[in-house]
Design a protein around this ligand. Structure first.
Ligand SMILES: Nc1ncnc2c1ncn2[C@@H]1O[C@H](COP(=O)(O)OP(=O)(O)OP(=O)(O)O)[C@@H](O)[C@H]1O
Ligand SMILES: [Mg+2]
Length: 307
């Protein structure tokens, strides 16, 4: 479990904090998504949580160990996959992993067996004889995930780890995270794309310009965004469109209509349906739904239409 309390960071002589008073718990058996735009403060939070940089205020505890005051015990139980993994370019992957394994007291054939298993699991075993400088960005990411697993830590910090993997890599990473969750580990996964977190995260914390502005529960996700009504009208004509225009902005494609900018509460949508039917329109589909998570996210973080 990772507990983040009142965490703040001001870099150098900057006036504006990169993160400000962040409170978050990443519970055992939980995948917590961390969403925010470029520069929002995700990497800063993660780098403090794994002890790479120091906070200006607040603290982080890893299974009860303070990452600053008790760094050795705290970081033993953290697996960190950085945003842009970088390694000694001339290093041979197996030898470097063996070196890392030594930190956890894993040696000899035990280390070799574990490294083979992990490199196979993350699909880089075939590239075991290449130097790391010849690994692609995605392969470096896979290597970094394998390295993070060596000590079988209880907590994981994945900084934009899905980003940069190919579709097969994204799928296996998702399954891997779900397995970690099943095993009772805590997983913190950052992304600047909210929908990337949608399929894995139990909760999603949203950060905007260093401030934690919202925590969403998985159950809330399907209903987020502005409501739209999707209809199909078999005998659609100008008259039907005129009716719909009273209730919002209809967008017509053949017999299908998406009604946006609704002038009524979602619970009153039946009024539209009733009026269409009364005017002899054959409504074969009538659904009300959210406009989409990404749209909602961009509204929330206030950068619709670009950076
Ligand atoms: N070493 C540093 N020195 C000074 N400012 C920094 C440093 N690292 C980050 N910042 C600033 O802190 C803020 C947060 O950056 P951070 O890297 O944490 O964002 P992020 O959410 O990870 O963004 P991205 O999605 O682009 O990775 C930004 O304004 C950034 O310019
Ligand atoms: Mg980042």
């Amino acid at each position: 479990m990772i507990e983040i309390r009142g965490l703040s960071k001001i870099y150098g002589r900057n006036q504006v904090p990169a993160i400000n008073n962040i409170d978050l718990d990443i519970n055992d058996g939980e995948i917590l998504g961390f969403a925010g735009l470029n520069g929002a403060g995700k990497t800063t939070t993660i780098r403090i949580a794994c002890g790479i940089i120091f906070p200006t205020g607040g603290k982080v505890s890893v299974d009860g160990h303070d990452i600053v005051k008790n760094k050795v015990s705290a970081s033993k139980n953290i697996g960190w996959v950085p945003e842009l993994p970088n390694f000694e370019p001339n290093a041979k992957p197996v030898l470097l992993l063996k070196y890392y394994a030594g930190f956890y007291g894993i040696k000899g054939t035990e280390a070799e067996d574990l490294i083979e298993k992990l490199m196979k699991q993350f699909n880089i075993w075939d590239a075991r004889n290449k130097k790391l400088k010849n690994y692609s960005q995605g392969m470096k990411k896979r290597f970094s995930i394998a390295a993070a697993m060596l000590g079988d830590p209880k907590n994981y910090l994945f900084d934009e780890t899905l980003n940069g993997l190919d579709p097969e890599g994204v799928k296996s990473m998702r399954n891997f995270m779900l397995q970690l969750k099943k095993d009772g580990k805590s997983v913190f996964l950052s992304s600047h794309i909210l929908t990337e977190l949608e399929n894995v995260a139990d909760r999603i914390a949203i950060i905007k310009r260093g401030e934690l502005i919202k925590i969403l529960d998985r159950d809330e996700l399907p209903n987020l965004g502005k409501s739209v009504v999707k209809l199909k009208i078999e005998n659609l004509d100008g008259g039907a469109v005129a009716i719909l225009q009273k209730y919002g902005t209809p967008e017509v494609t053949g017999k299908d209509v998406v009604l946006r900018d609704l002038a009524f509460k979602p619970s009153e949508a039946h009024i539209v349906n009733n009026e269409l039917i009364k005017s002899n329109y054959e409504v074969s589909k009538f659904e009300i739904s959210g406009e989409g998570l990404e749209e909602y996210f961009l509204d929330l973080v206030g950068q619709k239409g670009g950076i």
